[in-house]
Design a protein around this ligand. Structure first.
Ligand SMILES: NC(=O)c1ccc[n+]([C@@H]2O[C@H](COP(=O)([O-])OP(=O)(O)OC[C@H]3O[C@@H](n4cnc5c(N)ncnc54)[C@H](OP(=O)(O)O)[C@@H]3O)[C@@H](O)[C@H]2O)c1
Length: 384
């Protein structure tokens, strides 16, 4: 029985993880939950799953949850809050596995602490890897802690890498759906609305990652994530646009063989893989190969999607440039969703923030968070 800490339990990945727990009660149990502000959902989850501990973003929300649990006669659930709360959530002795699915860098300290505490991590939160991948992977190596990718592309790569050695890998191919604007004339990009950008053609996800998919910054973050997770330089990672989202990613080996992972577009599959690794439990998630007609692959258009170019440039520089890329994007996406900047303003903001970011390589999580704050300040100043 694996006892889980689910960081980001109220989000899209968090809820899919809980549905896996529901399907495999003999394998998984909920030990702790961490969420941000969705008090109704976290209350319902506490009633259903009876975790030992729940963490919320603020002290006020934690007090509200405590009062609601008390009124409902539910005892035995400790309620904590803030970064310290998420760290307790991910490091308690009764946690065997941590699912890291808080959006943005808010989950960074808890993910780092989990690795230091020797807990295997199922990593959905790519922003952690982008901002602090060098530190997280070094800690994981030192403490011999597996980091199992939940992001579907990296999960696919992880699966394809099981058949070869590191030295035999030629190229990691990340597939991208191309988002909703793959074929939109470039002169119409300025007038894209948040409603249009929030309609992803193949996946249902949280708001930030959905906008990031529309700008293809998400794929850029994944390039950086792949470099860190699989210990390869950016020149060994390539992106191919594959509108069917059937091949989740591929690994090309030096002998010319290319291995691909194909499955349904359902995040429960990579979550189950990460939770169960190195086993493969039988599941009801099937893919109808007979219904498959086309597998198209195209070169990504860097002019249409400048965020992808910016991400490759940041990947080559590493350190503060990767941190600034992620932080500036988060601020710019928020501004786009609030209709303060056009869709094209997201890439413009990131480019300007990167141009003002000095090159450095933070050695600690505190330094990473300081660089993250600095980049956000620059982005806010630009957008003010
Ligand atoms: N969704 C996908 O299919 C998918 C695929 C690959 C990778 N990912 C990655 O997985 C992560 C989560 O994505 P998502 O789509 O699940 O996002 P989401 O639906 O927006 O959920 C985000 C979660 O983070 C929590 N959260 C936000 N701020 C917090 C804070 N300060 N403290 C504690 N919890 C906080 C939210 O809590 P409240 O809602 O309670 O505020 C929610 O539970 C992201 O890094 C994303 O890039 C997602």
């Amino acid at each position: 029985m694996k006892r889980l800490a689910i960081l980001g339990s109220t989000g899209s990945i968090g809820q899919s993880t809980l549905s896996i727990v529901e399907q495999f009660p003999e394998r998984y149990q909920v030990a702790t939950l961490a969420a941000g502000r969705n008090i109704d959902e976290v209350f319902a989850q506490s009633v259903r799953w009876r975790p030992r501990l729940v963490s919320l973003a603020t002290e006020e929300l934690a007090a509200q949850l405590q009062a609601r649990l008390h009124e409902s006669g539910i005892t035995g659930i400790e309620v904590v809050h803030g970064t310290a709360g998420t760290v307790v959530c991910s490091t308690r002795a009764d946690v065997d596995f941590v699912v890291s699915a808080i959006v943005g860098v808010s989950g960074l300290e808890a993910t780092h602490a989990a690795i230091l505490a020797g807990k295997p991590v199922g990593l959905a939160n790519k922003e952690c890897m982008v901002a602090a991948g060098e530190i997280l992977t070094a800690a994981a190596r030192k403490h011999q802690v597996p980091i199992l990718p939940i992001d579907s592309e990296h999960n696919a790569v992880h699966q394809c890498l099981r058949v070869g050695t590191h030295a035999e890998v030629k190229t990691i191919w990340l597939t991208a759906s191309g988002g909703p604007f793959r074929q939109l004339p470039i002169d119409q990009f300025k007038s894209i609305t948040p409603e249009q950008a929030l309609k992803h053609p193949t996946w249902v996800m949280g708001r930030r990652i959905t906008i990031d998919s529309a700008t293809m910054l998400n794929k850029g973050l994944e390039v950086i994530e792949a470099c860190r997770l699989f210990d390869v330089p950016p020149s060994q990672v390539r992106v191919t646009v594959h509108p069917q989202s059937t091949v989740h990613s591929m690994v090309e080996y030096i002998d010319g063989s290319i291995l691909a992972q194909i499955s349904v577009t359902d995040m429960r599959l990579p979550i189950l893989y990460a939770l169960a690794w190195p086993e493969r439990p039988a599941s009801s998630l099937t893919f109808d190969l007979a219904a498959l007609r086309h597998l198209d692959f195209e070169q990504p258009d860097m002019e249409r999607f400048p965020c992808l170019r910016l991400a490759f440039e940041a990947a080559a520089k590493g350190g503060t440039h990767c941190i600034a890329l992620n932080a500036a994007d988060e601020v710019a996406v928020e501004a786009f969703l609030e209709r303060r900047i056009p869709f094209t303003g997201i890439a413009d903001t990131i480019e300007k923030v990167l141009a003002s970011t000095p090159e450095a390589h933070p050695a600690t999580i505190a330094e990473v968070l300081a660089a993250d704050r600095e980049a956000r300040l620059i982005a806010h100043a630009l957008l003010a």
